[in-house]
Ligand binder design. Sequence first.
Ligand code: HEC
Ligand code: HEC
Length: 526
Amino acid sequence: MRITVQVFLATGLLSFGLIGTAVAADGEALLAENCASCHSVEGSKQLTRIDAQRKTPEGWTMTLFRMDVVQGVKLSNADRRTLVKHLSDTRGMAPSETADFRYILERTPNVVENTTNENISGMCTRCHSLARAGLQARTEEEWRLLAHQHLGQWPTTEYQAGGRDREWFKLAVELAPTLAREYPLETAAWTEWAAREKKSMAGSWRIAGSVPNRGVFTGHMLVDETGTDTYSVETMIDYADGAKEIGTGGAIVYTGFEWRARINVEGVSMSQVFAASEDGDAMAGRMFRTTADELGFHVTAVRETDGISEVLAVSPTHIRAGSTAEVTVSGTGLSGDVSLGEGVVIQTVLSATPTRIKVKATATEDTPVGPRAVKVGTAENEVSITVYEKADSIRIEPPFAIARVGGGSTPRVQATFEAVAYANGADGQPGTDDDIRIGAMPAVWSVKAFDEVAQAMEDAKFAGVMDARSGIFTPAMAGPNQARPFSTNNAGNLAVVAIVNDDGQTLTGEGQLVVTVQRWNDPPIR
Ligand code: HEC
Ligand code: HEC
């Protein structure tokens, strides 16, 4: 298994550091050369299996990986890159078809999936995400063959622990019509998208985001064409705390909108997984450390062109009723009056450029609490500032997280938390639906045993260390630890505690963190 994992990391999408070189060979010719021997029927030009399914670049990478490991289909790195590009351009997913499942492509940690169809989630989410299925389009026959492939390759599915409560194979075959209805091969969205002229991503972009426990950043991203759908990228970012970071790297765009970049930011390799909007003038997604994808943040980007005027960020994101604060609104093409919504009075404009306006604003004493849209002239973009009276409770985000011990060949997986303040809302009760989200607040962080078993095993002492200021938990080393009872490993079950001081009042929030063992197999789509 170990060898397989290493091959996975060394090939496929993860190695597109060489993008820009040798994506020359013709995709269909490569399919004919490398795949048709097993995937064609005499007298037909169609490729069996390959022409009856569509998927993301990561999905195609995984299929090619299986063809390599199980069927012995050896491809050079250059040919594999060409094939992943060609297959996702010609047999890919339309933007709207991926919208519900971006988190898995973005490698967002600790997501709890929204499962709408009980039958599918009960059958298909025991070993991997629902997104792995949801990011594919197939004929009914292909969904049926996939059930065969699963049981053929993993016969233990039917009798392993957690799997023997049902006749999995029989039910999986019966599920094919449902899957084909939910995720069909032929859709109007794909027909329309495949035929559409796509915009080049080259140009200057205004970008913004927020790093947990650090705050808002804004910046520019300069993109230049280096080949067909490949680009060089330069980023310049300013943090609200005054720090500046510069990055350079490259990007490739699959299917006309799937932006994948690798950027060296001040010596740290960062990956970007963005989706471009259908008009090609905006992008959104996640940027994360290439070798530690749990450490990342959401980014939005808008083209810096005449005629585009949008608000991208506001800092701070909340203001107390009865107080005055300096508020910075960032975006592109900004001109005109700043509005921070009802009850927030703009006292003076401290500085103004088309990308950044700084104002002095007062939230009046009796203004209703809650979020209001941030606007400049006619520009807005779902950015809001929240007026609050006082914080009533703290919720930890994410409320439940996983970290993994590591070291040696498999790095540890950290966990990052934020303390988010809420006001009680009309019912005066914390933890109810009408609570008003105020925003993330600085906190002092710690961990303690989650329950009696964790207490007896001294999990808080052995499982790792919580950084009191950043909210980042670093798990301990993998392997047996003789200092522990029964010389067990350093896994643990912890309560995460955040203490927030809001205007003299102390509030505490608690979450849960399970520190578990390594993930030995970490494919592009989990
Ligand atoms: C040596 C024979 C062989 C070659 C060559 C081969 N395949 Fe396959 N392929 C198979 C077999 C057998 C299966 C069914 C088992 C499976 O899905 O893993 C399969 C299944 C597939 C599927 C369906 C997977 C699914 O999830 O339903 C796709 C798509 C595919 N192959 C693509 C390719 C591509 C692209 C190539 C060329 C780069 C290729 N294959 C080359 C034997 C081959
Ligand atoms: C026993 C564990 C298990 C269960 C249950 C399971 N899968 Fe999978 N599935 C896997 C593994 C492992 C792979 C990776 C295959 C590979 O090596 O490429 C996979 C791959 C896939 C793929 C990608 C295949 C490709 O090549 O494109 C899809 C789609 C998928 N599963 C859908 C489903 C659906 C739908 C169900 C429910 C009917 C399901 N899975 C249930 C283990 C499971």
